[in-house]
Design a protein around this ligand. Structure first.
Ligand code: ADP
Ligand code: MG
Length: 696
């Protein structure tokens, strides 16, 4: 049997494989282009492509694809075989440098948010050589960025790479100010913790709502939910353990650093955490992880649900985006360090993040806004929809002491002087206790906890990288011109704390009192996706993205439109699915049960005319009136859906969907769930919550 180190990365054309298979000068040329972010020379590309093809063919691969991340949020691929005809009727396997570096998928069916109307219709994919090629299901996959011919980004990778460039540029300016001449690149790092549910595949297939929308649109609460808290970190059931072991193998083959697997709070809920890596790779890997979770589950007769809220009444699933900034020399810039010097630099990076989160709360909020995530944020199981930061008591005390220039009474007894004094060590357990904060400092990184489980982590990281780049840039502008660096640094840190401390909140984010408190601090509380998304196009945000070359104004507007439209489409599909379920399954099933009850009463009475058959009659009467009610609610929903057609403006449509369609859906569900509670299980057309949550 092969060992883990043997299989790890075995399906990746990684650095070791390149070194082994490429001629020395090709390898060096490739590394140089990657380092300098240049376009690969075609003669080099030809050699690389051929070596890649040989490597892949040896592993049984017949096709290749440019693997990209369009605005749909999932990945896309179009397979081409390596075959090339010969004159004698045979074929050879070929893969050219041109095919490696550029592809032209038909772009017309991917969302572009109006970009195509104004620009050229065609799009092309371009190899991202900073992410290794890999083999997935006998196809050689080339990670690529997807752009229109006039250069607009049509995907999620292009702006992410741009944002990494922006923070690199600005962070290096800061490092130079601190006399660092050795670091030549600054990278952001991410470790996304992925939550998911596993349920039995057979049961999954019996539910139209799960199949069409990824979540249950109906379902009466089972007698047992998560109240005993007996699932969290509980022992893993054999079928799930087999799934996890199989998944690990698949992920390791692709060089994905799957590390931790455990049960989560809700029944049937689990989590996978990888070891962190640079943001571009982490994003590619998270997309692959989600895809493989579904595929591997299928092999085990399971369905993996990545929806943010598959079941009402138990926790939904999120994704914690652990984020930090580090140099290519391996220094984590959000680690306080051990010397006064390192501490001063840390405090500057920390205050840049504080200022960024405060000034761009709206962007962070909307970067996680989706129809699915609306069920979680602010629902007492996930962070509130209000963006705030947790720093822990100790760090907060230190910032207070710096701000007021007074002595700090914690570990440090004297007045803290930046660049002179050493910060106390923050043990992880003092910084990691708060689980309700949307954005928590956890010792040497921040954990952005508002992401929904299905979300591509690209969006939130584009925002994080860009807003922190902006603040670092502002800081660098100020400090580069200072005559006395140390005094200017102290002043800047102090002033930033004073101006942005309102964003720091160490208390319980689930507490209602926080909502009131946040409001009095002037923090935004954007309840739903429909409320949040329009902020994308606020002038300050358009200016920000334009300044750092992340998005043009037009690109922001088009993305905003795509996200709003997606929100409306999701709600529309959910509403239509509910209507179909009610009309085709739930009402007919209830009528059958009513008939069964009436027949029972009639035949009982024909045997014993004295019988009152009170229970049957009461049940019939109750169910019949609930059916009337269900019919009315379905009719209301129908009308609400039709009403949406009158809104052409995406923001208006989204807000209409939120206000009317979503409300009508909830009312319809309430009645259906009540009926479910009364109808015999044999009659009910769908597997119940009890079966779905407790059968694996
Ligand atoms: P938990 O949050 O469950 O207590 P950890 O703090 O150990 O667990 O790690 C959670 C995630 O944070 C892991 O994916 C880990 O790789 C990631 N992580 C740790 N350090 C960093 C870092 N410097 N940058 C980005 N992610 C990190
Ligand atoms: Mg965590």
């Amino acid at each position: 049997m092969s060992t883990v180190p043997d299989i790890f990365g075995s399906m990746v054309f990684n650095d070791a494989t390149m070194k082994e298979r490429l001629p020395k000068e090709t390898y060096r040329a490739l590394k140089k282009t990657v380092r300098e972010g240049k376009i690969l020379d075609i003669t080099v590309a030809n050699v690389v492509a051929n070596a890649m093809k040989d490597w892949a063919v040896e592993k049984g691969v017949t096709h290749f694809t440019h693997w990209f991340q369009p605005m749909t949020g999932i990945t896309a691929e179009k397979h081409d075989s390596f075959i090339s005809p010969l004159d004698d009727g045979n074929v050879i396997m070929e893969f050219s440098g041109k095919e490696l570096i550029k592809g032209e998928p038909d772009a017309s069916s991917f969302p572009s948010g109006g970009l195509r109307a104004t620009f050229e219709a065609r799009g092309y994919t371009a190899w991202d050589p900073t992410s290794y090629a890999f083999i997935k299901e006998n196809v050689l996959c080339i990670p690529t960025a997807f752009c229109s011919y006039s250069g607009e980004a049509l995907d999620k990778k292009t702006p992410l790479l741009r944002s990494m460039e922006a923070i690199n540029t600005q962070a290096l300016r800061i490092l130079r100010l601190f006399g660092n001449t050795t670091a030549t690149r600054v990278l952001t790092t991410v470790g996304p913790e992925q939550e998911y549910f596993l349920i039995d595949k057979e049961l999954y297939l019996k539910r139209k709502d799960l199949r069409f929308t990824g979540r249950t649109l109906f379902g009466a609460k089972p007698p047992k939910g998560q109240e005993l808290e007996d699932h969290y970190f509980g022992s893993i059931k054999p079928r799930v353990a087999q799934f996890m072991a199989d998944l690990d193998q698949e992920l390791w083959k692709l060089g994905i650093l799957a590390k931790t697997e455990h049960n989560e709070v809700a029944p049937a809920q689990h989590e996978l955490a990888p070891i962190f890596t640079n943001t571009n790779i982490a994003t590619d890997h998270n997309q692959l992880t989600m895809e493989l979770m579904k595929k591997v589950a299928d092999r085990h007769g399971l369905a993996c649900l990545l929806h943010e809220k598959p079941f009402a009444g138990v926790n939904g699933s999120g994704k914690h985006n652990n984020w930090s900034i580090s140099t290519n020399t391996g220094v984590n810039l959000l680690d306080p360090g051990k010397t006064p010097y390192e501490n001063a630099q840390f405090l500057l990076f920390l205050t840049a993040v504080i200022k960024a989160v405060d000034e761009y709360q709206d962007l962070l909020r909307l970067s996680v806004a989706t129809a699915g995530n609306d069920h979680r944020l602010g629902a007492n199981e996930a962070p509130p929809a209000i963006v705030s930061m947790f720093l822990g008591d100790e760090l907060t005390e230190i910032l207070k002491a710096i701000e007021s220039g007074s002595a700090y009474n914690g570990t440090v007894k004297e007045e803290m002087e930046i660049g002179v004094d050493v910060l106390p060590h923050f043990p992880k357990d003092t910084t990691d206790r708060n689980r309700t904060s949307p954005f928590a400092f956890t010792g040497n990184k921040f954990e952005f906890r508002m992401l929904g489980s299905t979300l591509s982590i690209s969006g939130p990281n584009i925002v994080l990288n860009t807003i922190v780049a902006e603040e670092l840039g502002q800081f660098a502008d100020e400090l580069e011109n200072a005559s006395d660096f140390k005094a200017a640094l102290g002043g800047l840190i102090k002033r930033t704390i004073k101006e942005h401390k309102r964003i720091i909140f160490n208390g319980n984010g689930y507490d209602d009192a926080w909502i009131t408190e946040a409001e009095s601090r002037g923090l935004l509380n954007l309840h739903s996706t429909a409320d949040a998304l329009p902020y994308f196009c606020a002038d300050k945000n358009l200016t920000l993205f334009e300044k750092h070359h992340i998005f043009t104004r037009q690109e922001v507007r088009s993305r905003c439109e795509i996200m709003l439209e997606n929100y409306c489409k999701v709600l529309s599909i959910e509403a239509l699915t509910m209507l179909e379920m009610v009309k085709k399954d739930i009402l007919p099933a209830t009528y059958s049960y009513i008939k069964r009850l009436s027949d029972t009463a009639v035949s009982a009475r024909s045997l014993c005319p004295d019988l009152t058959c009170e229970s049957e009659i009461k049940m019939v009467s109750k169910l019949s009136s609930l059916c009337n009610c269900l019919y009315v609610k379905a009719d209301n929903l129908d009308k609400a859906v039709i009403g949406a057609k009158t809104y052409a403006d995406p923001a208006e449509a989204a807000s209409y969907y939120r206000q009317y369609v979503f409300a009508a859906m909830q009312e319809l569900r309430a009645v259906a769930d009540e009926i479910e509670g009364m109808v015999g299980e044999k009659y009910w057309p769908y597997p119940t919550y009890g079966a779905l949550l407790f059968s694996v």
